[in-house]
Write a protein that binds this ligand. Structure first.
Ligand code: SAM
Length: 382
């Protein structure tokens, strides 16, 4: 099968990790862009990328690229485009647009023009046109305009790939699954040893960690990808890709443990872990992190503490308690946490050994690493 260009989107800061993931599953000519990694592969590889990557948000297949400087030219060029090769009258579709251009100032308007061109072409050729469905379309198009350069892609994923299919209930501030996977990979989680999320909420970090530890494809529970609605969808090929990938699931001998003080979120965590079929790999306990001691050796700690928008003094107490607990009760540990409170590190009372900028949605966050040694308590006092 022939190789073509593909693009995997991700969050800011995870491009290198995604590029590594892509290379590890056999992508060709991988190159890193801004929140995007470009690569080459064939149809089977595109299926595999959707099924296997844990840090990609969606996989795009560019199908048309040209330059224009106004909306009329945009409309005319797209009216000539052979849309009928990609969708039929009976299909529903959507066009998602991102525009960074002084020629086209409204992404919504540009998308509307492209939609009109598609509809008018169908109307003239077949006397009927496919309809738009913004919620559950069958065919997802992605329009990208940068200056005068227009690219139309087919979105092979459809719904964002963070929707793995295992989360049926949510806690208050659940972490995005792709963000959790990216943080785990950044922290060097390789499924060896043990992992503790001492403020686990609905258990996203635990679930993603367990999927990685047992080498389970992150989309094992997902029901649908947009490429399954394409005219050239090859079901036998996709079944083969899944079968080959599933053979690589491995044993995991470590422990993945979560604590939380809130019994309601713990029920949600248990439900999500069980939906993901990971109850043998990950366990949660109702515990106050600040009253616990290290009982897993070795252990990697990774968590996202609650974000308190109310009072700075509340955050001061929270981060001081985190620092004290790590220093006093978790010697010889690497601990990472993500926080959108950029002054949090002032209160921890330990110097982070790493500080990485990441985003949780639109919020800029610090992802901080603390190296806790036996002597940290003494060192921080002196
Ligand atoms: C931002 S949420 C974590 C969200 C989680 N990563 C997820 O994906 O759902 C923070 C969690 O910390 C818990 N928490 C706050 N203080 C705690 C403490 N002292 N010990 C354990 N858990 C605590 C809260 O109950 C809340 O569920």
């Amino acid at each position: 099968m022939e190789n073509f260009k593909l693009q995997a989107k991700t969050f800011f800061g995870f491009e290198t990790i995604l590029a590594d993931e892509l290379r590890s599953i056999g992508a060709a000519d991988v190159s890193i862009k801004n929140r995007l990694v470009e690569f080459y592969g064939d149809t089977g590889f595109m299926y595999k990328a959707n099924y296997s990557l844990s840090t990609a948000l969606r996989i795009l297949k560019p199908i048309l690229s040209f330059s224009v400087k106004n909306e009329n030219q945009l409309y005319e060029r797209f009216k000539k485009f052979e849309w009928e090769n990609y969708l039929s009258i009976e299909n529903t579709f959507v066009i998602d647009a991102t525009v960074h251009s002084s020629y086209f100032t409204h992404s919504h308007y540009a998308a509307l023009k492209v939609k009109d061109a598609l509809a008018d072409r169908f109307q003239q050729k077949f006397g009927k046109r496919p309809s738009v469905d913004k919620i559950k379309p069958e065919i997802w198009f992605n329009l990208h305009i940068s200056h005068d350069k227009v690219t139309l892609s087919l979105d092979s994923s459809g719904e964002s790939l963070h929707r793995r299919g295992y989360k049926t209930a949510h806690g208050k501030a659940p972490l995005n699954e792709v963000l959790a996977a990216g943080l785990l990979k950044t922290a060097g989680w390789n499924g060896k040893g043990n992992l503790l999320d001492p403020m686990c909420g609905s258990g996203t970090i635990l679930t993603e960690a367990a999927l990685m530890a047992a080498n389970i494809p992150p989309q094992i529970h997902r029901k649908h990808f947009a490429f399954q609605n394409w005219k050239d969808y090859d079901e036998i090929l996709f079944d083969k890709i899944k079968e080959t990938r599933l053979k690589r699931i491995s044993e995991f001998s470590g422990k993945i443990v979560g604590f939380d003080i809130n019994p309601t979120v713990l029920e949600i965590a248990e439900q999500n872990i069980s939906n993901a079929g990971l109850s043998d790999f990950a366990e949660v306990f109702r515990k106050d992190f600040f009253k616990t001691e290290k009982d897993l050796f070795p252990v990697l700690i990774l968590f996202n503490p609650p974000y308190n928008e109310r009072l700075e003094s509340d955050n001061e107490i929270l981060y001081k308690s985190i620092g004290d607990t790590l220093k006093n009760n978790y010697p010889n540990t690497f601990a990472w946490f993500i926080t959108s409170d950029l002054s949090a590190k002032k209160f921890v009372g330990l110097k982070p050994s790493k500080k990485i900028k990441v985003y949780n949605g639109k919020l800029e966050c610090d992802f901080l690493r603390y190296d806790i040694y036996e002597g940290s308590k003494k060192a921080s006092k002196t």
